[in-house]
Write a protein that binds this ligand. Sequence first.
Ligand code: UDX
Ligand code: ADP
Length: 499
Amino acid sequence: MASRVRNICCIGAGYVGGPTCAVIAAKNPEIQVTVVDLNQTRIDAWRSPSLPIYEPGLQDVVELARDGLDGRTPNLHFSTDVEGAILAADLIFISVNTPTKTVGVGAGRASDLTYVESAARQIAEVATSNKIVVEKSTVPCGTAQSLRDIFSTLGQDNVQFEVLSNPEFLAEGTAIRDLMTPDRILLGSLRTKTGLEAANALADVYAAWVPPERIINVNIGSSELAKLAANCMLAQRISSINSLSALCESEGADISELAYAVGLDERIGPKFLKASVGFGGSCFKKDVLNLVYMAESRHLTEVANYWRAVVDINEYQKERFTKRIIRQLNNTLNQKKIAVLGYAYKKDTGDTRESAAITVIGQMISENARVHIYDPKVKESQIKQDLSAEHRPETIDRCVTVCNDPYTACDKAAAVVILTEWDYFKTDGLILPPALFEKLSIKDPENPRLKRTSTSSSDTPSEGTGSSTEGSQHIKVHDSPLTSPGSPAEPANASKVMQ
Ligand code: UDX
Ligand code: ADP
């Protein structure tokens, strides 16, 4: 095994593989890093000025290492030559997608390891020199052993493979910051001499910028399970606060104030206590379901039921939110124009996977609403593709309009629904900036007597809302507030309905 890593290959140029390798390359100019993918379009984009994913700070890091700025020699490469990159590498990250299985045993819950397995097979068949193979994708416990089995069965006799687990904890929207200053780098290895040597070789790569006390080495099972557990516990926190938001609304309490008060307890802490329309993203639901499946398959029924409730509450929250919109609009959305601001599953990303917007908009389409959507980073084609999973193309064409600016989306809308907490919607007072109020013709068609008011007790003046009653329109801000005065909680997707 290489004691020092000189050449890295990353299989999978997605949200994890791309940014992670860009930072590794930027911080280790002496290591050649090649990110490979089967998807030619994606690789072309990584090679171009217009990267395939939006992530604050990513462009600078990629250009530094890929284009060799500041007098550097370029050491970050993107390619579809998977075999060539495997042959040249002494360390290979497997960073491919692990979606939830849709068919067969465990469908709807278990991780689909097809892509991980196919990458491992290719490594085994191609490699002619020793390799350290690193699981970067989030995988169920026992995957490292499956990989070892593949390598011992298909690999050449004179080639040694050492398998490590090194899950990635970055969150989208803050990927570069998370990679630059990680809470921890988790390495899982066999406790054998070669296993520990491989872990040390990978630790050296991270040591270029991560303090040694933050690089921890555990056994592989602990590492695999810790990644799943971390995501499940984060998701559980959101479901806890979201379930409490329903109680708050029925009791006249304010969820932001509650989160603030609870989060001041040092044992609980303030982060990830932001009530929302429900968590989205490619990880939380998939990983919780994965844990549920692991528990079920080990006959731990109570454990499985406990974690399944985290996903159930998330679905309940999305439905509850839509029902509230319908109720606010006199129990019918038929032919009403609804403006939706934000579609990505959180701010600062163009990613829409599992976005609460897909569910909420889908339910509004079923009610025959005319939904006008604006998101600063999500393309129309993506929105229509997402919605086509549940709705026919002609229904989408009839009910959905994707707008290039929020003003067009909001013009003459019966309700404005904010589903992603883009700063643009918050800090400029889009909730609601006076300028937008002027441009809006918000009115309740059924009830002309309603007054224009802002009623959320927790809205701060800086958000552009107050408690004034002006004019003859009713602008009611309700549901889970985005921020509370002095709230330490992170803003989450979600939000406010204005009628
Ligand atoms: C998550 C984990 O945070 C990260 O460590 C892991 O590597 C991948 O999964 P990500 O899904 O990118 O990252 O974003 P995150 O910031 O965790 O948000 C996930 C969802 O939870 C978003 O829809 C967000 O709006 C929502 N959320 C977050 C809340 O509803 N309330 C909160 O308080 C925080
Ligand atoms: P993540 O969010 O985990 O990074 P993505 O879906 O964004 O996941 O990216 C995974 C990438 O892995 C995709 O671009 C896909 O084309 C790529 N991929 C999957 N299997 C292989 C493979 N065997 N060889 C090369 N690339 C692969």
